[in-house]
Write a protein that binds this ligand. Structure first.
Ligand code: CTP
Ligand code: MG
Length: 262
């Protein structure tokens, strides 16, 4: 009994170390990203990139946190096994988390943040607009980007229409995250990783990847209104998300929401 305990503790300590190293590696990559973007374009482009990326992905981060906060109850797979004899998704994926995490936390908080930006737009707008006039941006050198990520729509669209496009993006991003988290668990069960045990990289990126994919659907249909995510934002989110996910899970662990810090 004692040996099993020790072994578990040892495994947990190793995983804590892996989490820490992965977070550090990603922070290092963020720094490299900063250097590359600054060299090719300018450091102000990198700052814009950071802001756009956050504005885009926050609904996914919040939906993910929401699932942990208010999840529980009936599992999505109804306790059933897949053809390989293992659970389809496992007991950690519940209907409550899947539906209510985005609906009650991810979407409303993100919608409120966007509303705040609409009210503040008069104060925010002159900053990038002056920067563009002075040529400080080499890549994001048009108000189209700033307008789109802050308040939605194109520079001449009306505010309500813009907000509507933001709500659509938030909805797809939040549910994309919930769906991606589910797919991640499906993959984990197929690889025989039991509930709560880590599958590094997949665990940290599944939700953000599907958030990006789902929120990109409107861009394929109406690219004029919904700007497609550019490669700078996609690559930045791939290196930002693991650190944020590990930090968020560590906090959830410390305040007792999760049993493990990953
Ligand atoms: N959660 C939920 N419903 C979801 C997703 C998450 O109820 N659709 C809750 C569960 O209580 C879960 C917790 O959030 O235990 C943490 O989520 P996560 O780390 O993704 O799940 P794990 O329990 O680690 O399971 P897995 O091994 O499948 O990732
Ligand atoms: Mg997990």
């Amino acid at each position: 009994m004692r040996n099993i305990r020790n072994e578990l503790n040892e495994k947990e300590n190793i995983n804590k170390k892996i989490a820490f190293i992965l977070a550090l590696v990603c922070i290092f990559l963020i720094f490299i990203d900063f250097l590359i973007i600054s060299l090719i374009f300018s450091w102000t482009d990198w700052v814009a990139l950071l802001i756009f990326s956050l504005l885009f992905i926050v609904p996914a981060y919040l939906a993910n946190a929401g699932m942990v906060l208010i999840g529980g109850g009936k599992p999505v797979d109804g306790g059933k096994n897949f053809i390989d004899g293992r659970r389809i998704f496992g007991p950690g994926k519940t209907w409550k988390g899947l539906i209510r995490g985005p609906l009650l936390i991810g979407i409303p908080i993100s919608a409120a943040i966007s509303l705040l930006f609409i009210f503040l737009w008069g104060v925010i707008e002159p900053i990038p607009s002056e920067g563009i006039m002075n040529g400080v941006y080499k890549y994001y050198n048009s108000m189209i980007y700033f307008r789109y990520y802050f308040i939605g729509g194109r520079p001449d669209d009306n505010l309500i229409f813009g907000y509507l496009t933001i709500i659509i993006r938030i909805f797809l991003c939040a549910y994309g995250a919930a769906f991606g988290d589910l797919i991640g668990s499906f993959i984990k069960r197929r690889l025989n990783v039991s509930r709560g045990n880590p599958l590094w990289i997949i665990d940290q990126l599944d939700f953000a990847m599907f958030a990006m994919i789902m929120a990109s659907i409107p861009s394929f249909i109406l690219p004029e209104i919904f700007l497609p995510l550019d490669i700078l934002i996609i690559s930045f989110l791939f290196i930002l998300t693991p650190s944020v996910a590990i930090l968020a899970n560590t906090i959830a662990y410390l305040i007792g929401l999760k049993n493990v810090p990953w």
